[in-house]
Each structure stands twice: as structure tokens, then as C-alpha cells.
Ligand binder design. Structure first.
Ligand SMILES: [Zn+2]
Length: 171
């Protein structure tokens, strides 16, 4: 089970046509379309390339955002009265400069706590279950949270600078 998270411009995917399921009221579904930009921060270059989307497992994203100091930004403080960027799943939330500022502050704090870390994933057998070569050494500096930070910072800055309706969409 995973989130599909997109950062970019909110657009209407389907609109009320005056009949069928939404006969009695207008309806619009807002989404952020997938997009790739050359030179964008890759979330994981073997999976999503230079795209505005990532697809982390539920538990993986929960744990990673806790480690990054961004759990409240994504999930809010209250599991019942949910707030945060993932307050509805599926759902879409307007992205604000305040959200970006939270990520920038958390990034600086994370780098200060992990001064030797380098963005990347370790491919040793202990870190990467699909690794078949037992001799690949563990890389203690490789830190995938820094890849996540790079991805979030790039796309949040890009969306705020370039989009009419910057948003974070998930399904
Ligand atoms: Zn490792």
C-alpha cells in the first residue's frame, strides 16, 4: 500500500456534466498531473526519474517524515481530525510559501544533525533487500532522507514559482 504524491499545478480532471452520478450538484475533481523536467531533483532515479511524483509505502513515508522533522506538515497532529498535506487520501491541498518554509527549516536542522550524510541510497544487502551480491559494502553516509528533501524542495519551489494553483495531490 502506497501513496502516490504529486507536487505541481492543480487542474480540473473531471467536471459536472449535468447528469449521472452528480445529477443534483456540480462536481469537479482536482488533480496534479504527472510531469518531468530535465534537471529536476530525482526522488529515486531508477523509479520516478525527474518527475514531480513519488510513490512511497504508507509506513515508509510515515517513518521518513518523522525522521525528517516533517511528520506534522504531512500528517498533522491529530489522527482523527487530520490536517497536513495528506489530510485527505486521496485528496489535494493548496501549497503555500509557509509549507516550503517548514521544509527549508527542517532541511537545515536535518543537515546540522547529520553533517556527514550524502544524498543517496545504500545498495548493500542489509539496506536493499533485492541486492543479490553479498559483497556490496554498506555505505554509512548514504542517506535517502536527503534525496526526499531535495525532491520536496525542488518541486515545492518550482510549483510556487511557476504554477497558477500550486498544490500537493495524493491518491
Ligand atoms: Zn547499507
Amino acid at each position: 500500500m502506497s501513496y502516490d504524491i504529486y507536487i505541481g499545478n492543480a487542474v480540473v480532471k473531471s467536471a459536472w456534466t449535468g447528469g449521472g452520478e452528480y445529477e443534483d450538484e456540480p462536481f469537479a475533481e482536482w488533480v496534479v498531473e504527472p510531469l518531468e523536467l530535465p534537471g529536476a531533483a530525482p526522488f529515486k532515479d531508477d523509479a520516478t526519474g525527474y518527475g514531480n511524483h513519488c510513490h512511497p509505502g504508507y509506513h515508509q513515508w510515515d517513518q521518513a517524515m518523522r525522521s525528517c522533522g516533517l511528520h506534522t506538515l504531512w500528517f498533522g497532529n491529530d489522527p482523527i481530525e487530520r490536517s497536513g498535506l495528506l489530510k485527505s487520501h486521496p485528496g489535494i491541498t493548496p501549497l503555500t510559501p509557509g509549507h516550503l518554509a517548514i521544509v527549508e527549516t527542517a532541511y537545515q536542522s536535518y543537515c546540522a544533525k547529520h553533517p556527514d550524510a550524502k544524498p543517496g541510497g545504500c545498495s548493500c544487502k542489509a539496506c536493499e533487500p533485492w541486492q543479490s551480491d553479498p559483497d556490496v559494502p554498506h555505505d554509512p553516509q548514504a542517506d535517502f532522507n536527503l534525496v526526499r528533501f531535495d525532491w520536496m524542495l525542488f518541486w515545492m519551489r518550482w510549483a510556487l514559482a511557476n504554477c497558477e494553483r500550486p498544490a500537493v495531490y495524493n491518491h
